[in-house]
Design a protein around this ligand. Structure first.
Ligand SMILES: CSCCC(=O)C(=O)COP(=O)(O)O
Length: 421
């Protein structure tokens, strides 16, 4: 029996016949031509032919010239046409088509057979919590800032100050590549030393996501070198390398530490209403499928913003347990399984935004800040403490203002950045 993956597109056009357009996609991206084929060949090609599943046309009210005419089109693509990897699927469903007018890939679902080729996150949200021994609150992550051009002692000091403030994870800045001042193995050595020092004082465990960089074909070896040097997490610029590289790393049995996906370059793909891929496909479904344990993306509230509905759609794609409903297309007797990826809404986050983030994500979130920690007027340690206090206040259902009256670090953060209601 044939199995299919399903692509959903939003296509804008003032006057197109969307049913004809849909048929053109289904045929054009699979067998190329259909009606011209002799009957005998049709029988042979049938299993390769894409199918139009639905076309929903949205005509704007003639009185509203601001609204555009569009259609949501669903096409099912036969698995037999592509190998079981993300590049093959993406080139099939949105290769040439991505350049053909105002059309955006807004959703993807996968056949059971396709899904079965993806083990997903090795650790996922639960595994990351288990490593840290923290199960009862959102986690807090800090980002190294000002690292390019600095030497190891400066990095060690910055790492220690972040760790001593009570954060659970520290990540490299994504622009820190292999360099002579702070090479990977040395960086790991001094940062893990600083982590151990801070751990004695805070009693907390800590994950340090070191940036995995370099030529694609050396990445797996570089990751193993990092593990041998003592790394306990990896940061990875997924979109610069491609989802298949993440898939290869996450499914490598010798890469035994969590992988954190950075969204660098995502802005070239998801923000337009007319072009590219939706944020929930790019930073949600495909990241989880390819095996990211932790996924960063912009929040609706900080310095790099994304609409709240899109943020919640990413959250849903990363966390949903109902894979039958949200990931699977077609029947399956096998229960689809993918561990949840930990969501990390980021960029320009400060303690005054914590109540909004926890309102949207509940406890299933990593609160993440760079400038919002290092920029604290009382210093980096106080920056971490202010965030932990904001999280505690929100979990206790207390207002940040009330809680700040007995917590000077939080008070100072609020004086500096305010509270967003
Ligand atoms: C756009 S999500 C990535 C966030 C990130 O990597 C970062 O460095 C944010 O730093 P900030 O100082 O804005 O917290």
């Amino acid at each position: 029996m044939n199995s299919y993956c399903l692509a959903t597109y939003r296509c804008y056009d003032e006057k197109a016949d969307f049913h004809k357009k849909a048929l053109g996609i289904a045929v054009g991206l699979t067998v190329g031509s259909w009606t011209e084929l002799p009957e005998a060949q049709k029988a042979q090609m049938e299993k390769h032919l894409g199918k139009v599943i639905s076309v929903e046309v949205h005509e704007p009210a003639s009185s509203d010239s601001a609204l555009e005419r569009y259609a949501d089109i669903q096409i099912a693509y036969p698995d037999v046409n592509y190998s079981r990897d993300i590049p093959a699927l993406l080139v099939t469903v949105f290769g040439k088509l991505s350049m053909d007018g105002k059309i955006k890939l807004i959703d993807l679902s996968f056949s059971s057979d396709f899904l079965s080729g993806f083990p997903g996150p090795k650790f996922g949200m639960k595994g990351v919590r288990d490593l840290l021994g923290v199960h009862d609150r959102p986690l807090l992550m800090s980002i190294f800032k000002s690292v390019v051009g600095y030497e190891l002692p400066a990095l060690r000091e910055q790492f220690y100050l972040q760790a001593a403030g009570g954060v659970d994870l520290i990540k490299d800045d994504e622009i820190l590549f292999e360099n002579p001042l702070t090479p990977l193995e040395k960086r790991i050595e001094v940062c893990m030393e600083a982590a151990a020092q801070a751990s004695k004082e805070t009693g907390q465990k800590l994950l340090y996501a070191v940036n995995l960089t370099g030529p694609t074909f050396q990445l797996a070896e570089q990751a193993k070198k990092a593990i041998r040097a003592g790394a306990n997490a990896l940061l990875f610029n997924v979109l610069a390398y491609g989802f298949d590289v993440l898939h290869a790393l996450s499914s490598d049995p010798e890469i035994t530490i969590p992988i954190m996906a950075h969204p660098a370059m995502a802005g070239a793909v998801y923000p337009s209403p007319h072009y590219g891929m939706s944020a929930s496909v790019l930073l949600g479904k495909l990241m989880r499928l390819a095996g990211a344990d932790i996924v960063l993306f912009p929040s609706p509230y900080g310095s790099v913003v994304m609409p709240r509905e899109e943020n919640l759609a990413i959250k849903h794609a990363l966390l949903t347990e109902d894979l039958r409903k949200d990931y699977l297309y077609g029947e399956s007797s096998i229960e689809p399984r993918l561990a949840a990826s930990f969501p990390v809404p980021s960029a320009g986050i400060h303690p005054g935004l914590v109540p909004l983030i926890l309102r949207d994500f509940g406890g299933d979130v990593i609160v993440n800040a760079g400038g919002g920690i290092h920029g604290h007027p009382m210093g980096t340690i106080a920056g971490g403490q202010a965030f932990r206090q904001a999280i505690d206040a929100t979990l206790k259902d207390q207002s940040l203002r009330d809680y700040a009256s007995t917590h000077p670090e939080l008070q100072k953060a609020i004086d500096t950045w305010g509270i967003k209601e």
